[in-house]
Design a protein around this ligand. Sequence first.
Ligand code: HXC
Length: 524
Amino acid sequence: MEETRKTKGLVPAKTQDLVERRKRAMEGGGPEKVAQQRQRGKMLARERIAFLLDEDSFEEMGLLIESKCDDFGMAKERRPGDGVVAGFGRIHGRGVCVYAQDFTVIGGTLGLAHARKICSVLELAAKAKVPVVALCDSGGARIQEGVESLGGYADIFYRNVQLSGFVPQITAILGPCAGGAVYSPALTDFVFMVEGLSRMFVTGPDVIRASTGESTDLESLGGAKVHASKSGACHFLAGSEHDCFRQIRELLEYLPQSCEEKPKPVMPSDDPFRLSPQLGTMAEMDPKKPYNIHDVILEIADNHQFLETHRDFALNLVTGFIRLNGESVGVVANNPLYFSGALDVDASEKGARFVRFCDAFNIPLLTLVDVPGYWPGVEQEHGGLIRRGAKLLYAYCQSTVPKVAVVLRKAYGGAYDVMSSKHVKGDVNLAWPCAEIAVMGPQAAVEVLHKDALAAAPDSQALRDKLIAEYVAKFASPYEAARRGYIDEVIDAKETRPKIIRAFQFLRGKSVEPVKKKHGNIPL
Ligand code: HXC
């Protein structure tokens, strides 16, 4: 009886102690810092996680972890949780690891305990074989913790690299992200930024002014739009934090949990045999007329839905995810609306990274080809067109997922080889009847082949027209390539969707044994 009374008395006291410890930890940096965060128009770390994950699915870990640093008055700044909220939960019912930096605690800066917490979540993702989502909002390395902060970052970088290609890694920048801190996002697969809220830079405006004399501000240096359109460091641009979390959830639906799985199909709700009169009309178009490749992608995709990656970067090449009869498929497509769809340095890198992501995570690749070649120019050549252009070639050659390509119109020069051609082990290669597969376009070819004759001709234009007509008759069609077996079938453009779906269905069981070696040496 006495024993029972004692136990009864003890349990509430201990539980009460736990409740209070949890409460303190949940306060983050305290009411004043919380109010400042709201004034900055930013959500709190736990609110962000709650919006991202399925309702009530978050299990927090390391809530009571604390920094041991006492230097520079840190003893009184110390907060349980050390400025990062971490754990696991669910998105669309599937497991995911997540961490969110808490800017209210010393500006979300990273010290040793903070870093260890992130590392343990990354290790958990590796063990559980689930994706990781990082929500970054931080002043970078915590100055007071010196080299331990730098080491903490390196520990995270190392784990990001070990996880690369094993589980999908996604980062959302939801505030500042400065210094070496930007390299963890850069090592992950997809980076999201919010307009007006997110900033990423290695050195800030003050350091730049002091070292180079250039004058800039935070937004034009490292704002969301700049990284989405110029540097390419951002793959998805969001209008608000809520929009950002919605987009992350949408992206994850197309991806598998790890490289050991295939993406989860959804119940198809579109007719796999749907014909497209619109594509039939496009195949009769003027070969010089620009058109928007998005129209073609939407016609082919289930329910006309397309999740585009890198939407504002390298507009001449479009990449993203669609579903075909419910299966997730990665799309790479030249867009004739920009630079006539030619490949340049940015497009090559954009495409290469996307192809490698899809290949790492067993996502089949659909390539839509309308490319007049690599973009000519001194700036491109000196900017690394050879080295950087080779990345896309390398990525296609190395990929072993099912690959279906359709030549819509032009497939000229080296770009023909690169864009999932039969020669780089495309599995099923189709072409529309209006396709032109040749070393170069008729005009340029005639100038090269008949330079002397044209110079000597009394009516050089008449001769030029005649020679161009001959060239077009011979090469500006898919039939020379089809005769050689480089195109498997010339199709009626109306049938593009059913043809592609049949090919991917057939290729579902494809497996290729990789050559045994340590790793290849992609031209970085
Ligand atoms: C310690 C920091 C800090 C830091 C910010 N704080 N950055 N504390 N180390 N790196 C603190 C501030 O003192 C402040 O504390 C609180 O966080 C909020 O910061 P504010 O400046 O008030 O906020 P805001 O005006 O929104 O500006 C945010 C900011 C700015 C743009 C991030 O603080 C800033 O420029 N910080 C320095 C960023 C930077 O250079 N980081 C790189 C570090 S080197 P109080 O107590 O006043 O609330 C690095 C290398 C890593 O990261 C290398 C890895 C390889």
